[in-house]
Write a protein that binds this ligand. Structure first.
Ligand code: 4GX
Length: 225
């Protein structure tokens, strides 16, 4: 998969993506990251990427021309995505959808935002990673890249395989334990030591359901069943 990023801060990439599973995906060539400096798509002496907002107000807005030029110069055909708090909330279902493409193109905004004609007439979708305000779209882009990369075939080892999605990936995870069986007086639940696989499965399902009900009832409401 080819992932392209348009940013004013190309030096931020690959950053944390070079470690661990994502790093392996990159060095193995399963995921190719192409980072473009927005400033390279300006033509004026000052390489100006932003301007004051029409109508007044605080802060600066990214100009449309360099962004349109950058996107029009790309070779890929996959979705063009703007990271913004105004976008659709990123969920695993959307991650899966993005991972099905051969390439995606991520636009990272800064300042007060991006001229609305970018959202209106250039991008295919706007995505938000959550309801908080960051200083730029680069961290959100990295979140998207991380989540998408692990679904690219071969990136996860057979051991780590794309989730024990056999039952209810809509639920929170059941609790996990490893050795020792007793740590500082705290024992691992007896059922997990029993070797009774059907009973262990039942216990895990009920733990996942109960935990989801208590912590994330909103996820329960999304259940088909
Ligand atoms: N999930 N930000 C983008 C600048 C901006 C504003 C409007 C385009 C349109 C964020 C988030 C996020 C802060 C990134 C504002 N760019 N992005 N930036 N949460 O907070 O995606």
């Amino acid at each position: 998969m080819i992932i392209e990023v348009l940013t004013l801060f190309p030096e931020l990439f690959p950053g944390p993506l070079s470690a661990g599973v994502t790093g392996r995906g990159l060095t193995a060539g399963l995921v190719t990251l192409r980072v473009h400096n927005l400033r390279d798509y300006t033509h004026d002496r000052h390489r100006q990427v932003d301007d004051v907002p029409y109508g007044g107000g605080a802060g600066m807005v990214l100009k449309p021309e360099p962004i349109f030029e950058a996107v029009r110069a790309r070779s890929g055909t996959g979705p063009v995505i703007l990271l913004t708090p105004q976008g659709e909330l990123l969920r695993q279902e959307l991650v899966r959808e993005l991972a099905a493409h051969d390439d995606i193109y991520l636009i990272c905004g800064r300042y007060e935002g991006v001229d609305e004609r970018v959202a209106g007439h250039l991008v295919d979708r706007e995505i938000s990673i959550g309801d908080y305000i960051l200083t730029g779209g680069e961290l959100p882009a990295m979140v998207v890249i991380d989540a998408v990369s692990r679904l690219v075939s071969g990136v996860l080892g057979s051991e780590e395989s794309p989730k024990d999605e056999s039952f209810d990936e809509q639920l929170l995870e059941y609790p996990h334990y490893t050795r020792p069986a007793v740590f500082e007086g705290y024992a691992v639940p007896e059922v997990l030591l029993s070797g009774h696989h059907a009973e262990i499965e039942r216990w895990r399902r009920s733990q996942a359901a109960e935990r989801t009900r208590r912590r994330r009832p909103d996820l329960m409401d999304r259940q088909p069943g």
